[in-house]
Design a protein around this ligand. Structure first.
Ligand code: 13P
Length: 252
């Protein structure tokens, strides 16, 4: 069965000293928690020091983005090769903030996902519709298009290492969570699509996380849904106590 997975996306928050302070408290609060897979995604500057502190713990390290080349004249970019050496086991790709603020498209997301897989890092591939798309009844069409474009040519073996995060753009940082039913409907649609694209085994083992205003108060309702395997948490992961509560609420 799919082990629940709770990941915290810190976005552009926390200096190195603040990051170390936060994980100190988090590690204390979630020590021995083995029913939930836990990961945190701090900004690039904190990855190395945080990795040192996470060694031997039950919390894994994720990056928030990457570039697809190993090295070269790409000012400002960070490669999967660098992330692997630091100790990242996951990397978020195609987050809606990357797609909408930085103009990233499916083609870039796919290149990043492939490069990560080559370096043994699991991509957390984000998809999700905007409010106008949902209101026009195009939510599923949008997500299908993103899945198709971001996973094109990925092999079945590679797909066993990919995590999908459904994050409706209208629910991110707005306090408006999708209802468990709305989220379940899309997660089931995504699993069905995965089944058609990669086969039933891949579809039933793939973790599909929900993201968008996940809080200690709504995690249990979401996790009660058959196809919701965990959460990608933004704001509520910046506080150790609330993130730990979400982790505990993520148990089945
Ligand atoms: P919030 O939990 O702050 O809505 O952010 C969700 C998100 O974008 C996680 O990647």
């Amino acid at each position: 069965m799919r082990k629940p997975f709770i990941a915290g996306n810190w976005k552009m928050h926390k200096t190195v000293s603040q990051a170390l302070e936060l994980i100190e408290e988090l590690l204390r609060l979630v020590a021995g928690e083995d029913e939930v897979r836990i990961a945190i995604a701090p900004p690039f500057t904190s990855l190395y020091p945080v990795a040192q502190r996470l060694k031997g713990s039950n919390v894994e390290l994720s990056a928030q983005d990457c570039f697809w080349e190993d090295e070269g004249a790409y000012t400002g970019e960070i490669s999967p090769l660098m992330l692997a050496e630091v100790g990242c086991t996951y990397c978020i790709v195609g987050h809606s903030e990357r797609r909408h603020i930085f103009g990233e498209g499916n083609e870039e997301v796919l290149r990043k996902a492939r490069a990560l897989l080559e370096h043994g890092i699991s991509p957390i591939v984000c998809v999700g519709e905007t409010l106008p798309e949902r209101e026009k009844g195009q939510a599923m069409e949008t997500v299908k298009h993103q899945l198709h474009g971001s996973l094109k040519g990925i092999t079945k073996e590679e797909m066993t290492r990919v995590v999908i995060a459904y994050e409706p753009v209208w629910a991110i940082g707005t306090g408006k969570t999708a209802t468990p039913q709305q989220a379940q409907e899309m997660h089931a649609f995504i699993r069905d699509w995965l089944g058609q694209a990669f086969g039933g085994d891949i579809a039933s083992s793939c973790s599909i996380l929900y993201g968008g205003s996940v809080k200690p108060t709504n995690i249990q309702g979401l996790m009660a849904m058959e196809d919701i395997d965990g959460a990608l948490v933004g704001g509520a992961s910046l506080d150790a106590a609330s993130f730990a509560q979400i982790i505990k609420g993520g148990k089945r």
